[in-house]
Ligand binder design. Structure first.
Ligand code: SAH
Ligand code: SF4
Length: 420
């Protein structure tokens, strides 16, 4: 059954997000979009529309499979549902996808989509193909309230939580775009309890195998929707992505970390970025509320973390800010002090217009990585991906927002001209 809603937390950011009290964004035509709903939720919708309990339960199971395992968007394709019942379903329900406003491809193969919700909110998703995997970077909010100083998303003014449908919809759309749904009568037996890393479908190594909650937004400030969405994504009869192939990144919302481990159970990444209070307070302002000690203790307590499933510490390399030898040594000391099964991802700072920082030099990043690595902790340097289309970490900020800024600038200019 759906779990109780977590009340919105007071947020230390510059603005509060627009709450989304309903799990489903209302549509103008009054039909209900089923994408993002769990089996019990689909059943509840069918019951509300008039089916009896037994029928609703059976149909919910069938629809769930067609929706998430087969990727169909048309009730007419659901061959095990009575032909006469399909139009009845189509009158009341839809199987939607996020509206695509723009799709871009980087010179390195990274793809970015600008998406628009049914109520006109813009958000982005990014697909990063590698030789042996394909990673979808999924957004959890439109914008972000936490305005980390090096992050473009944090400068967006309007923030709204995405619904489970809008979160799962990103994965569905990526599967559409990559042509990844099983075809014909291909029935794949999937054991829901199995943590099997083998790809479920044929893959040429460029398809969707991993998900990172590292797009726009702070996932733990939209806990219920992110949890419900990821549960659908992990369901063995649907999209069936293993929890080992999903990573949730948080800037350090300490009070929600234990629940994330218990109720979602995916890999954890933590945006640490600094090892002293002064610097972290400045660049990741949520640190003023939840400090480094509490954050690292929450990491030590994270359910499921062990040497085989390490916690990733993300560390953005900012010139003369957090990149000294001393910082690297302190990072090692902290990881040891809290006995953390950790790996460190060093992320060269990705620039954006008006950003107040510069990226550390390659030599500095190498030296920092060596110090951490020599202490026995893996510390790879992430190659930036999709910078040319503003798709790299921290560069996401929807075009409509940019346009409204541009419009504001134009208006200001016009005003100036009128005055002068
Ligand atoms: N809000 C979550 C997840 C999204 S950001 C979080 O902060 O963890 C994904 C990663 O990119 C985070 O580690 C974030 O701190 C980092 N990041 C943000 N802006 C960046 C930039 N300009 N250059 C490099 N990394 C950046
Ligand atoms: Fe929000 Fe993460 Fe960007 Fe910070 S780094 S502003 S938490 S999206």
């Amino acid at each position: 059954m759906p779990e109780a809603a977590t009340p919105l937390m007071p947020i230390p950011g510059h603005i509060d997000p627009v709450p989304v009290p309903r799990a489903i964004t209302p549509r103008e035509d009054g039909r209900v979009d089923l994408v993002g709903l769990s089996r019990p939720q689909i059943k509840a919708e069918l019951t509300a529309a008039g089916l009896d309990e037994r029928q609703a339960k059976l149909r919910a199971k069938q629809i769930f499979h067609w929706l998430y395992h087969r990727g169909v968007t048309d009730f007419d394709a659901m061959t095990d549902i009575a032909k006469t019942q399909r139009p009845w379903l189509a009158e009341r329900f839809v199987i939607g996808r996020p509206n695509v406003v723009e799709a871009q491809v980087s010179s390195d193969g990274t793809r970015k989509w600008l998406l628009r919700s049914d109520d006109g909110q813009d958000y982005e998703m990014v697909f990063i193909p590698d030789a042996d995997r394909g990673t979808l970077c999924v957004s959890s909010q439109v914008g972000c309230t936490l305005n980390c100083r090096f992050c473009h998303t944090g400068t967006m003014r309007l923030v709204r939580n995405l619904t489970p449908g809008e979160i799962v919809g990103q994965v569905m759309l990526a599967r559409d775009a990559l042509g990844e749904w099983p075809r014909g009568s291909m029935a794949v037996e999937i054991d829901a309890d199995e943590d099997d890393d083998a790809p479920q479908y044929t893959t040429d190594g460029r398809l969707l195998t991993n998900i990172v909650m590292m797009g726009m937004g702070e996932p733990l400030y939209n806990f219920d929707n992110v949890r419900d969405a990821l549960k659908v994504v992990m369901d063995g009869d649907g999209l069936a992505l293993s929890k080992r192939r999903i990573t949730l990144s948080t800037s350090g919302v300490v009070p929600m970390m234990a629940r994330a481990g218990e109720e979602i159970g995916v890999n954890l990444a933590v945006s640490l970025h600094a090892v002293t209070k002064d610097v972290r307070d400045e660049i990741v302002p949520i640190n003023r509320k939840f400090g480094i000690e509490d954050l690292l203790q929450a990491c030590a307590d994270y359910p499921g973390a062990n040497n085989a499933r390490r916690i990733t510490f993300e560390y953005v390399m900012l010139k003369d800010k957090n990149d000294s030898d001393e910082d690297a040594r302190e990072l090692v000391r902290l990881i040891r002090q809290y006995r953390l099964p950790a790996k460190v991802n060093l992320i060269p700072f990705n620039p954006w217009p008006g950003a107040p920082y510069e990226c550390s030099t390659p030599e500095r990043i190498k030296r920092f990585s060596d110090i951490v690595f020599e202490a026995g902790i893996s510390a790879p340097v992430r190659t930036p991906r999709g910078r040319d289309i503003m798709a790299a970490c921290g560069q996401l900020k929807s075009a409509s927002e940019k346009k409204s800024r541009a419009e504001l600038d134009r208006l200001a200019e016009e005003k100036q001209a009128a005055l002068g």
